[in-house]
Design a protein around this ligand. Structure first.
Ligand code: ADP
Length: 619
């Protein structure tokens, strides 16, 4: 058996709707998750771009920071170089004359001031400072021994030396630039310029980007972050640390690990140059060209604020764009949904309309069929009625004919017997030679045959009657016609005609000739009746009912004898000497064939009243 879809039960709907609710919630969660991921992705991307930019900026800032340092060093380098060639300086070392030493002291002081060197000093071949720019000051170098300073020994050996170290007297760090006086074989002494790089460091610090220099060992020397000085970029073991301390000639150099670490993912550096919580920096490094050997310049561009700001901005913009897209998407979805709903509603309405129209059409078709049936039935009934009426008229006529025939036999027998008697007598008169008598008899015979002829003629007019050609006409027309035919007789009889009744049309369906025949007969009867009346009057009155029209013919004659009234429409009943007694019979026959009737009565004041009643023709 084919499975047919069963209607969903209300119970089975519950889990379905719950499932769809869960599904929707899951979809919303997924969408939110996707939204967050997208926003975060855009934020990260923007942050990546910021990091790149900051790194580029740091790289671009490096040469500037380096050139400031280089300019400082280069300026100081020239001073010992020039002084080493000076004969007065040489003479001061060689002669040690108090005046010459004093002059050199003064010269060094002026030079130091002019070149912004922190200290310029002259050391003899034994390492003893002979003259210094800070002569006469409390912490003057004059008289101090620099024999064990690397820059001194190296300069003696190699002609020149540069060393970053802490000052033995001042304890302040600086770059010592030493130049030998004399030759390697006969060294006379060394002239040294100590450059404290505080100015450059200050310049670096003012940029807001921690900047520092490391030496070949990775130890921080000049730095805009004083706390980082003498910290190392890498872990340094104790042994190596001692050697480095020795080289730097700074016993306290911590040489612990510089607190600048690479972050795990972003390729940034994490450091806390100002103390407090560490921040992120984009780092850049390069060798300091033309600087002391092995020096590397490092620069840290702060990244936190830019990353935070631009990341937040990008996230905000992404969220806004996504929200806008989501709103637009939702709006378009809603619009499509509404459009769909509207179309469905339209389709439903159209379908409903179609169903209603179909139902109405079916109803109308049925009603129409019913009406057709009723019309057919009515037509059939009408034709049945017509047929019945025809049958009735025919039966009536036949009955009349029967009566007439019976009458004829009786009416004709008498004249026939008389004719026979007259003829026999005429024969006898002829035998007797009385032709005159015979002729008189034959005259009677002729009269009698005329009588018979009249009877048979009337009879024929009934029997021969063809169905009349009816047409729509006015009853007055027939009346006028009949009066015209009888006009001379009416005039001769001196009868007054009075006409009254309705003035409007009296429409009927009738055969005019036959109707006139009826009216002539009725009027003639009235005239007959008025033969002995002193002031003969015939009153004609027309009338109209809803379905009938009528004409009343009234005379002021003797009226209908009671006997005559009873047998009025019976053939051969006549009170007139020459009457046939067929006129009313034939008239009744004609009128009834038209669907009407003739009524007769006596007027209370005397006289007879005949009324012809006919069916009123439709509009
Ligand atoms: P007929 O005129 O040949 O006698 P009808 O059938 O016309 O035959 O009339 C029948 C009889 O009805 C008449 O003989 C007469 O007695 C009576 N009758 C008819 N019309 C009138 C009338 N207006 N007044 C008195 N009697 C009438």
């Amino acid at each position: 058996m084919a499975s047919s879809p069963s209607p969903a039960s209300p119970l089975s709907n519950v889990p379905a709707s719950a499932a769809s609710r869960w599904g929707r919630a899951l979809l919303v969660l997924l969408a939110l998750g996707g939204f967050a991921l997208a926003v975060e992705g855009v934020g990260r991307f923007a942050e990546g771009r910021v990091v790149e930019r900051l790194r580029e900026e740091a790289h671009l800032a490096l040469p500037l920071a380096g050139s400031a340092l280089r300019a400082e060093i280069d300026r100081q380098r020239a001073v010992p170089l020039v002084l080493a060639q000076e004969s007065t300086v040489r003479a001061t070392l060689e002669m040690r004359l108090a005046s010459s030493v004093a002059a050199t002291n003064e010269k060094l002081r002026r030079l130091a001031t002019g070149t912004r060197a922190s200290v310029l000093y002259l050391i003899d071949a034994n390492g003893l400072a002979v003259a210094a720019s800070n002569f006469g000051e409390a912490d003057s170098f004059v008289g101090s021994s620099y024999r064990f300073r690397r820059y001194f020994t190296q300069a003696l050996e190699e002609g020149r030396a540069e060393q970053y170290a802490l000052g033995t007297v001042s304890g302040r760090p600086g770059l010592y630039i030493a130049e030998r006086i004399g030759t390697a074989e006969v060294p006379i002494g060394v002239v040294v310029a100590k450059v404290e790089l505080g100015t450059v460091e200050g310049e670096w610090a003012s940029t807001g980007r921690p900047t520092y220099v490391t030496d070949a060992e990775g130890v921080v020397l000049a730095t805009s972050v004083p706390a980082w000085r003498f910290l190392a970029e890498r872990e340094i073991g104790e042994g190596e640390a001692a050697a480095i301390r020795e080289r730097l000639q700074s016993g306290e150099a911590p040489l612990s690990r510089l607190p600048v670490r690479e972050t795990r993912t972003e390729g940034l550096l994490r450091a806390a140059p100002g103390g407090g919580a560490p921040g992120r920096f984009a780092g850049a490094s390069q060798a300091l060209a033309g600087g002391p050997e092995g020096w590397q310049l490092h620069l840290l561009a702060p990244a936190d604020a830019a990353i935070r700001q631009e990341g937040a901005l990008a996230r905000l913009l992404a969220a806004l764009a996504l929200a806008l897209a989501a709103i637009a998407g939702f709006a378009s979805w809603r619009r499509r949904q509404r459009e769909g709903e509207r179309r469905a509603a339209l389709a439903r309405t159209a379908a409903e309309l179609e169903t209603r129209v179909a139902a109405r059409t079916a109803e109308l078709t049925q009603a129409n069929a019913r009406l057709q049936g009723e019309i057919a039935e009515r037509a059939a009934a009408e034709s049945r009625v017509l047929k019945l009426r025809d049958d009735l008229a025919q039966a009536n006529r036949l009955a009349t004919l029967g009566q007439i025939t019976a009458g004829v036999a009786h009416e004709i027998n008498q004249p026939l017997a008389a004719i026979r008697a007259y003829a026999e007598n005429a024969g006898r008169f002829l035998e007797r030679g009385e032709p005159r008598q015979a002729g008189a008899n034959m005259g009677h015979v002729v009269q009698l045959t005329e009588r018979i002829d009249t009877i048979t003629e009337a009879l024929r007019s009934v029997a021969r009657r063809a169905p009349g050609r009816r047409r729509r006409m006015d009853l007055s027309e027939a009346l006028d016609g009949a009066l015209l035919m009888l006009a001379s007789r009416i005039r001769e009889a001196g009868v007054t005609l009075e006409r009254s009744g309705v003035t409007g049309p009296l429409p009927i369906e009738a055969d005019r000739i036959r109707l006139e025949q009826v009216l002539v007969n009725l009027l003639r009867n009235a005239l007959d009746a008025l033969g002995e009346t002193p002031c003969p009057v015939i009153t004609l009155e027309t009338g109209a009912g809803e379905s009938t029209v009528g004409l009343t013919i009234r005379d002021n004659g003797p009226g209908l004898a009671p006997d005559a009234l009873e047998r009025l429409f019976t053939p051969f009943s006549t009170t007139k000497p020459n009457g046939l007694g067929l006129g009313l019979v034939i008239s009744q026959d004609i009128v009834s064939e038209m669907g009407g009737r003739i009524l007769a009565r006596n007027a209370p004041e005397g006289g007879a009243i005949f009324t012809v009643e006919l069916r009123r023709a439709g509009p």
